[in-house]
Design a protein around this ligand. Structure first.
Ligand SMILES: Cc1cc2nc3c(=O)[nH]c(=O)nc-3n(C[C@H](O)[C@H](O)[C@H](O)COP(=O)(O)OP(=O)(O)OC[C@H]3O[C@@H](n4cnc5c(N)ncnc54)[C@H](O)[C@@H]3O)c2cc1C
Length: 426
């Protein structure tokens, strides 16, 4: 048990907020998560996640459900336009699904029953955990020894609660960050990720050969597409029942009619950042299917055309100047601190790492300076890497070796990264 039990309020109940909640509960601190989503669980909007070292370490440390978490890909490979393998490297990487990660965390955090896993028993030393949905946080006020957090529900109900420490885990468009650092802007990077999944059992032999237990890429001017296997229904990792997940980056210039078209749903509503699964305008998607057939290798064109519920994410950049505000009473983690481009495959790992190193700091295992340098170093360095990788891939015409080099650099384990001084300056 901690010497002084604290109450942490966590704004945002996605993977970052839940990670922080689980790590602090383990130390015996009380946590309350405020999530603006109107329903008790977040909708199944996600798809695949490359589970990096910190994600795996997090689940090993805090997940008390006894079930497999990932599908292992054994090879990284690149295709040419005809679909032939032009480069391959043996390398194990673990892939999971957003849904499985989310439900495991909810089962552990607040005992949400779900088909993905059994709810594990709590420990007597656990801190109290409260998850409140339909709580849109609108403002915060610093008090002498705490922070007061104000929320509003969908029906107009309003309320507030007090925290010793507020953790902003409210994502790349963070309300908490916009209150404390209003100058920080989230900016569109000039391209989108078209995403979807297809059951491995429903594709051709050629597509199965290309994607099953392999992490496969194709690059051409203005395009990058990659695919890998992830757990299937209810998180199953049984061969034959898993899903092929693809991420297809393609350029849509800011203000162009193409961008407007792909981000406007079938009812005519323009989505700013994410077009949720099932809402894509069928005519806009049909156009993308046609383009995919013209410019992608046949195995990639097949899965893009076969996906039934595509979704679209506009790729954006955002970085907070620091992670600590109001003399340590407010801390930003995960995407609220730094919104990475997906090429880095590091967003979930950042959330997991931020939660673990924060727990070490709260417990006194690392100093304030170490915690800040580690967290900010990772955030700033990987954010910049994502911008460089993405711009090189989408807006330059590079030889394949350069793409392979960029991908290999992004696979360096965090512990082996050497951050430049500008990244760790505090
Ligand atoms: C529905 C969903 C699906 C995703 N799917 C994938 C995926 O398939 N693959 C992948 O790699 N990454 C995915 N991500 C992103 C991934 O979860 C994050 O990059 C990573 O987990 C760390 O993000 P985060 O928890 O810091 O922020 P986010 O995941 O962005 O979560 C922020 C949370 O804060 C809540 N919130 C925002 N503002 C407020 C407010 N004012 N008051 C209260 N709550 C607020 C949001 O509703 C959201 O739940 C997804 C995120 C979401 C929300």
């Amino acid at each position: 048990m901690p010497d002084v039990k604290k109450h942490f309020v966590i704004v945002g109940g996605s993977l970052g907020g839940l990670a922080a909640g689980l790590a602090l509960r383990e130390l015996g601190h009380d946590t309350t998560i405020l999530e603006r989503n109107p329903t008790p669980v977040l909708e199944h909007q996600g798809a695949g996640i490359v589970a990096g070292g910190d994600t795996l370490a997090f689940f090993q440390k805090y997940d008390r459900c006894d079930r497999p978490f990932a599908v292992t890909s054994h090879r990284r490979q690149y295709l040419d336009n005809e679909g032939n393998v032009t480069h391959k490297e043996d390398m194990d990487q673990n892939m999971t699904s957003w849904d499985l990660a989310y439900y495991l965390m909810r089962a552990n955090y607040d005992g949400v029953e779900n088909p993905y896993c059994k709810v594990p028993d709590g420990k007597p030393t656990d801190g109290k955990t409260v998850h409140l949905h339909d709580r849109n946080v609108t403002d915060i006020k610093e008090r002498d020894d705490c922070v007061e957090i104000y929320w509003k529900s969908g029906s107009g109900e309003e309320g507030s609660l007090k925290a010793d420490v507020l953790i902003g885990a409210d994502g790349p468009s963070s309300t908490i960050r916009s209150i404390l650092a209003p100058e920080v802007q989230r900016k569109y990077a000039g391209y989108c990720a078209l995403r979807g999944t297809v059951p491995e059992s429903e594709v051709s032999d050629a597509a199965r050969e290309a994607f099953c237990e392999k992490f496969t890429f194709y690059h051409c001017r203005g395009v990058q597409i990659l695919a890998y296997l992830i757990p299937g229904k209810d998180g199953t990792v049984e061969p034959g029942q898993r899903l092929i997940n693809f991420v297809y980056y393609t350029n849509f210039p800011e203000g162009s009619p193409e961008l407007e078209e792909i981000m406007t749903d079938k009812s005519g509503k323009r989505h700013r950042i994410t077009m949720p699964p099932g809402l894509t305008d069928p005519n806009a998607w049909e156009k993308q299917r046609q383009i995919a057939r013209e410019r992608l290798p046949p195995q990639f064109a097949e899965i893009v055309c076969a996906t039934k519920k595509p979704f679209v994410q506009a790729v954006t950049d955002v970085l907070s100047p620091t992670n600590e505000y109001l003399n340590g009473k407010v801390i930003l983690i995960g995407d609220a601190l730094a919104g990475f481009r997906p090429h880095t495959v590091a967003s979930t790992s950042q959330a997991a790492f931020d939660a673990m190193v924060l727990a070490d700091y709260i417990e006194g295992k690392v100093t304030s300076e170490q915690w800040k340098k580690e967290t900010l170093g990772f955030a700033r360095y990987i954010q910049k890497r994502g911008v460089d990788m993405g711009n090189r891939s989408q807006f330059e015409n590079l030889p394949l070796e350069d793409h392979i080099h960029d991908r290999n650099v992004a696979s360096v384990p965090r512990e082996k990264e050497v951050y430049p001084d500008w990244a760790t300056a505090i």
